[in-house]
Design a protein around this ligand. Structure first.
Ligand SMILES: Cc1cc2nc3c(=O)[nH]c(=O)nc-3n(C[C@H](O)[C@H](O)[C@H](O)COP(=O)(O)OP(=O)(O)OC[C@H]3O[C@@H](n4cnc5c(N)ncnc54)[C@H](O)[C@@H]3O)c2cc1C
Length: 558
């Protein structure tokens, strides 16, 4: 089978990019490889700016792999009157469905109305009419109001008691971590120099102006200085911590913690995605289909400090299980049903007047410090592309002031597909893979993760049957993916593979700990690890899985 032309994105390109960056000056250094920083790097590289991107961890390991995975207009935002945000988000939903069809898929949502709920049928119908209008009626489908019986037919396991009716509407579900990764890879294809596990420790100044950063390679401890005309801080919930490396100042953010959990879908019995208002506090929550799992989320609680690895705790899990049980009482979900749970920090803008976390605006701000450090704060996954364009407009204007160069025209980031997204019909890809001898479920899964690049992985597996083996029995994730991820997706650790690139950590009830030795061995062959590094990686992964379980288990009374 022909494989699409592709370029390496690996430990080797990471090293050569870091070496190149240590000896030159780039136009733009982006700090933070979540969706925001990746989008900025892609946009800048597409406009022809020499660009560098570093992240202290794996790409997307911050908030951008811990979201509800919705590319959505934000129905809930209508309650707060954030109409321009809904308008912008609806436009972005259409763009992302187009440029990454394998990673962003249309999803039909059911919003049931119970008489004990906060939202009535008339309010819902009016809201959904406005929702469709703000997408200029160009959403995948239009909303449909329905009576009690129709809702019950659609979701037979849903609580029937005091059910009044409801409505269906359309949004999209995505793979947030892989969307981020695809965005970084697109930046690299356009010439950006990119490295994960490289943390900014301080800023490099010349004449009081920020002109680069001192960075540390978190895998080797090596320090380097990177020089840039403009530096952008796109570090999500760590925005204020990184700003403080430049100058003291009032915080821009009011971060909140959001947790999710996954349970087997058959335990809830839902077929569609559901939008619900929790009877515990009236907040909007979702129950989302995720293969044979259902994801329940999310919480929204203020936090005292932004840690490196936020964890869902037993209070989060109790809230989510009780909320889900209120709508699916026969499920009687308990802690034993939880396949996995996780949390992330929302990088929300500080809003002094906001009475609750839900009322904190989901918009963004771009600010420049006295030294010229540019910071982008706030925003959503859905709107990353338009935020990026705004930031790069500013960077381009700064560069013109610096050396008089022309401001490049805006890049068509809305037209060029992300890697793997160069396909109109995913079913054709699946059919091709099945014809080559792949099992249908595996073909679907590979196309869902890699789009057109699934062909390359299938070729690896077909050439070397050992690479066609599943990493964990019963899950359509094969060894060839690890090789591909080391060569083409800069996988540097076992967690990079199992948490963010395949999601086995969250999809498997034992967090796929049994796959860690195979993954470590495959990575060792690709990255030249020693036997002790292999052991270290396996141990670190096992500890991470155990920590997740510990965090969600209620403490025993002393
Ligand atoms: C629970 C939850 C659910 C959400 N659901 C949705 C949703 O469904 N749809 C939606 O549109 N949005 C959603 N969001 C919001 C969305 O996920 C975030 O707005 C978005 O992911 C933020 O991306 P970011 O790149 O700004 O931050 P991050 O993804 O956190 O990236 C910041 C990066 O900066 C790096 N960094 C930090 N310090 C340094 C340093 N010193 N040097 C180098 N790198 C550094 C970190 O390692 C990190 O990778 C949700 C958020 C949460 C928490």
């Amino acid at each position: 089978m022909p494989s699409p032309t592709d370029r390496p994105f690996s430990a080797a390109t990471r090293r050569s990019d870091l070496d190149a960056l240590s000896s030159g000056v780039v136009d733009l250094l982006v700090v933070g490889g979540g969706i925001t920083g990746s989008g900025i790097a892609r946009d800048a590289a597409m406009r022809g700016l020499t660009t560098a991107l570093v992240d202290a961890g794996d790409f997307g390991h911050g908030t951008s792999s811990r979201s509800s995975c919705l590319v959505h207009g934000g129905l809930r935002y209508l309650e707060h009157g954030w109409l321009s945000l809904v308008f912008e988000s609806s436009r972005e939903r259409a763009v992302l469905l187009r440029i990454a069809p394998h990673l962003v898929r249309p999803a039909r949502f059911l919003f049931p109305v119970h008489s004990s709920g906060r939202v009535g049928r008339v309010t819902l119908a009016a809201g959904l009419w406005l929702y469709d209008t703000l997408s200029l009626f160009r959403n995948v489908g239009r909303h449909r109001s329905m009576g009690r019986k129709a809702v019950s037919r659609l979701e037979p396991a849903l609580r029937n008691q005091d059910l009044r009716g409801g409505a269906t509407y359309w949004d999209a579900q995505c793979d947030d971590a892989r969307l981020t990764l695809a965005t970084v890879r697109s930046a690299q294809r356009h010439g950006a120099r990119v490295a994960s596990y490289v943390a900014v420790k301080s800023f490099e100044k010349a004449g009081g102006r920020t002109r680069g950063a001192q960075v540390e390679d978190c895998l080797t401890g090596e320090r380097r200085t990177l020089h840039a005309h403009v530096v952008v801080n796109a570090t999500g919930p760590w925005t204020d911590a990184v700003r403080r490396l430049d100058e003291p100042g009032a915080p821009l953010l009011r971060p909140t913690k959001g947790a999710h959990l996954a349970v087997p879908r058959r335990r809830i019995g839902n077929s569609a995605a559901l939008t619900l208002t929790s009877p515990l506090d009236g907040r909007v929550i979702f129950i989302l289909p995720w293969g044979d799992l259902s994801v329940v989320g999310t919480t929204d609680t203020d936090v005292a400090a932004v840690e490196e690895e936020p964890l869902a705790d037993s209070d989060d899990v109790t809230y989510l299980l009780r909320s889900a049980n209120a709508f699916f009482p026969d499920a009687r979900l308990g802690l034993g049903d939880v396949v996995s749970a996780w949390a992330g920090f929302r990088p929300l803008l500080a809003a002094p007047g906001a009475t609750s976390t839900a009322a904190v605006p989901r918009e963004h701000r771009v600010v420049e410090s006295a030294s010229g450090l540019m910071t982008v704060a706030g925003g959503k996954l859905t709107t990353y592309r338009s935020m990026a364009a705004e930031v790069v407009d500013r960077v381009a204007r700064r560069l013109r002031r610096l050396d008089g160069r022309a401001v490049p025209p805006r890049a068509r980031t809305d037209l060029e597909p992300l890697p793997g997204g160069e396909v109109a019909d995913l079913d054709v890809l699946v059919r091709d893979l099945v014809q080559e001898g792949l099992d249908d479920r595996l073909a679907q899964a590979l196309v869902g993760r890699y789009g057109t690049e699934a062909v390359g992985i299938a070729n690896l597996a077909l050439r070397e049957p050992a690479l066609g083996r599943a990493l964990v029995a019963g899950h359509p994730v094969i060894a060839a993916e690890v090789v591909h991820q080391a060569r083409r997706e800069m996988a540097m650790t076992v967690a990079d593979v199992l948490v963010r690139r395949t999601h086995l950590f969250h999809r498997h009830a034992g967090q796929a700990v049994e796959a860690a030795p195979t993954v470590a061995q495959l990575l060792a062959e690709e990255l030249g690890w020693s036997a002790s590094s292999v052991k270290c990686q396996i141990r670190a992964y096992g500890e991470m899985a155990a920590e997740m379980r510990r965090a969600i288990t209620p403490a025993r009374p002393a």
